[in-house]
Design a protein around this ligand. Structure first.
Ligand code: ADP
Ligand code: ASP
Ligand code: MG
Length: 450
């Protein structure tokens, strides 16, 4: 059994949806599960509408909602399925209008009501793909992922409840074993009280791998808009190369350090369950792709496979004489509020905590810590060189840092798996440094075999 996940740009236009339908027909002749994101831009548009409603601006909220509806109807019409999808979509659009109206009357958008509204994006696209597949003669059916994907109650950044997901997935395992072809939503879950949750931006990759784990899939395929995982973010490095095979450790480090192509939480289910993970391009299905495997491919000692970065990172410092306990307390508070931590260092020469406030709550904690007298410097980026070659020869990585000699590097952080070497540079240096590091550490280096 395979799980195929299609991201926003893979379901964003008529052409992309047709390509996705072709891929599904080819990859899942005996049935399987398809996970979809919302049409590209939809989640942002819903957030815009929520934001306007929460300020009581029902006019702006209405305008965003109407733009969203128009965009969806245009896609459905272009595919010739507007009438077929109408009975599924009308109640969804009504529900979105109702939610926005409610938020607008109360001037308030709680995380719980935000998730209820965001859920409509993925539900609309799953219904569209179901209808398109049916139109093409495939026996596809929509199944609501919220039947299975149980989470905690942290709306906006919910964590999966693996035990309950396994239990709830029983009927899905049976149905899929009999050859069903189901289309479901990425990004969404169900809290213990039955309300809708979301897994954090970009979370549909994690939906696919969590379902792959719970359903005992042999393979999960992530279909996106690039030729697999590349050696750097192509928006900063147009020369970035596809990586044909990479280890799970490399992929996990890359996504943790911000490579958007895979959601940071998507790799844990793969490492627990051991299924194959493939990243491929919906727009060029015959092009190159990336296979992510548990075991490490052969790499030259010191070889770097990719460069990643995370912007908007903060450095919290305590001076040498002060109690580093302050940093431990700060890190606990930040983690609880949903921040990502990139390093916690206590040395006789002072302490350093590196964190990114990913949520409004953790941003508030950062402001609070700064107000309480801790030094909080904003505007840093964590850059990571990633490669299995670093495990073989960790010291060689230092020789790769030549391009940084004149940079105000704030800290050097080694990853605990040994496949990443990260350091902090000012955010505004990224567009210059990432291409320079890519050219120095990857383009200029000899390649090893696959
Ligand atoms: P989807 O909508 O399919 O989930 P995303 O936009 O979330 O797609 O992720 C794919 C994007 O990730 C690519 O278009 C690319 O701009 C970006 N990206 C950043 N770093 C990398 C990388 N190392 N390899 C591939 N893509 C990357
Ligand atoms: N639609 C959601 C987002 O834009 C989830 C995803 O695309 O994975 O963040
Ligand atoms: Mg994504």
């Amino acid at each position: 059994m395979k799980v195929l996940k299609f991201g926003g740009t893979s379901v964003g236009t008529r052409e992309a949806l047709e390509l996705a339908a072709e891929i599904i027909g080819r990859e899942l002749p005996q049935g399987g599960l398809v996970v979809v994101s919302a049409l590209s831009g939809t989640t942002d548009l819903i957030l815009k509408a929520i934001h306007a409603s929460a300020k009581g601006d029902l006019e702006a909220a209405g305008a965003a909602r109407i733009a969203l509806e128009a965009r969806h109807w245009a896609a459905a019409r272009a595919l010739g399925v507007d009438e077929a999808v109408r009975p599924h979509w009308e109640p969804l659009f009504q529900s979105l209008a109702g939610l926005l109206q409610g938020m607008g009357l109360l001037w308030e958008a709680s995380p719980r009501s935000r998730d209820a509204a965001l859920a409509l994006g993925e539900t609309l696209s799953a219904r569209l793909l179901e209808t398109l597949l049916e139109r093409r003669g495939l026996p596809a059916h929509f199944r609501d992922v919220r039947e299975v994907l149980r989470t905690d109650a942290r709306h906006g950044r919910a964590r999966p409840d693996l035990e309950r997901i396994r239990e709830a997935a029983g009927p899905w395992r049976e149905g899929l074993a009999k050859g069903a072809l189901w289309v479901t939503q990425g990004f969404l879950g169900t809290a213990p009280d039955g309300s809708t949750t979301t897994l954090g931006r970009g979370g549909s990759d994690t939906t696919a791998t969590l379902l792959g784990e719970a359903l005992g899939a042999e393979e999960v395929q992530i279909w996106t808009d690039v030729d697999g995982v590349l050696s750097a973010d192509p928006s900063l490095v147009p020369e970035a190369r596809p990586i044909p095979v990479m280890s799970l450790r490399e992929a996990a480090a890359l996504s943790a350090f911000g490579a958007k192509v895979l959601h940071a939480d998507a790799l844990a289910p793969v490492s627990r369950a051991g299924f194959g993970l493939v990243v491929a391009n919906t727009h060029r299905p015959e092009g190159s792709r990336t296979e992510i495997r548990a075991e490490a491919p052969a790499r030259r000692p010191g070889e770097i496979t990719s460069v990643a970065y995370k912007e908007g990172v903060s450095c919290l410092r305590v001076p040498p004489a002060q109690d580093s306990e302050l940093l431990f307390q700060a890190s606990t508070r930040l983690l609880e509020a949903g921040a990502s931590l990139y390093g916690l260092l206590a040395t006789p020469d002072g302490g350093l905590l590196v964190a990114k406030g990913e949520t409004a709550d953790s941003e508030a904690v950062l402001r609070d810590l700064a107000a309480s007298g801790l030094s909080v410097q904003r505007g840093w980026a964590a850059v990571a060189l990633v490669g299995e070659g670093l495990r073989e020869a960790p010291g060689r990585a230092l020789s790769l840092l030549g391009p940084l000699v004149d940079e105000p590097v704030a800290a050097i952080l080694a990853g605990d798996t040994g496949v990443s070497l990260a350091f902090l540079v000012p955010d505004h240096r990224l567009s210059l440094l990432i291409p320079r590091l890519h050219s120095h550490c990857i383009e200029a280096a000899p390649r090893s075999g696959p």
